[in-house]
Design a protein around this ligand. Sequence first.
Ligand SMILES: Nc1ncnc2c1ncn2[C@@H]1O[C@H](COP(=O)(O)OP(=O)(O)OP(=O)(O)O)[C@@H](O)[C@H]1O
Ligand SMILES: Cc1cn([C@H]2C[C@H](O)[C@@H](COP(=O)(O)O)O2)c(=O)[nH]c1=O
Length: 228
Amino acid sequence: MLEAPNRRQARFITFEGGEGVGKSTQVRRLLANLGRHAVEVVRTREPGGTPKAEAIRSFILQGRSEAWGAGAEAVLFAAARLDHVNELIAPNLAKGTWVISDRFCDSTRAYQGLTGGVDDRLINALEDLALDGHTPDLTIVLDMDPEIAFRRVEQRTLEDGLQLTGDRFEKEELEWHRRLRQNFLDIAGNNPDRCVVISAEQDEAALENAIWSVVSERFPELQGGPDA
Ligand SMILES: Nc1ncnc2c1ncn2[C@@H]1O[C@H](COP(=O)(O)OP(=O)(O)OP(=O)(O)O)[C@@H](O)[C@H]1O
Ligand SMILES: Cc1cn([C@H]2C[C@H](O)[C@@H](COP(=O)(O)O)O2)c(=O)[nH]c1=O
């Protein structure tokens, strides 16, 4: 007997891009849209997503591993990812729950590899080990001029009445952020089946619609309208 098609096959979607391009905002909006289509979905982030990976996140972003160099940091990000994949991503996908992650393996390639100069062989080996086959089904790369992204983050900080401090990576020079932007575009260019680049220089609702068009086209099971 033929089995009915699995209309709710779990998908793994990642968001990538430079600092302040709107990833977290759009992860939240996509989560809500998927919910309206009765998709069970969990939202997560990297580095982080599990208690052990969050501990590694704090360690790195506080600057405590900076002196060890980009290679050692790539290993730390991969250690966090290994736990994240084993404890959160793989089990959720296995039980049919979609996973959306704010950053994933392309961030290691862009920041530690292409920007930090870590050898491709190490980046590739770490990626193979940590992912263990859990390559995202779709990666949305949000792209924008880093100067505009900075202004947005500055505005948010002022509105929150906070000091503009930034974590380690947010403090880098504008030129560094421009290179980073190009690195994400290059990664997307090298992975055209998985990655879709979307301009983040549009308002939140317009960007949400652009992302939904890509996601619903990629996964036709979503095309029945909300709550279908
Ligand atoms: N499309 C948009 N237009 C204008 N402002 C936006 C837009 N999307 C997000 N913002 C604002 O820009 C700031 C950064 O957004 P957000 O935190 O979603 O970015 P991010 O890429 O997750 O940042 P980070 O890299 O720091 O984690 C926030 O103040 C947010 O409200
Ligand atoms: C996964 C990953 C992240 N990073 C950097 C990128 C950002 O500067 C921070 C994470 O902060 P966010 O506010 O959650 O975006 O970490 C990295 O360098 N390498 C990685 O693999």
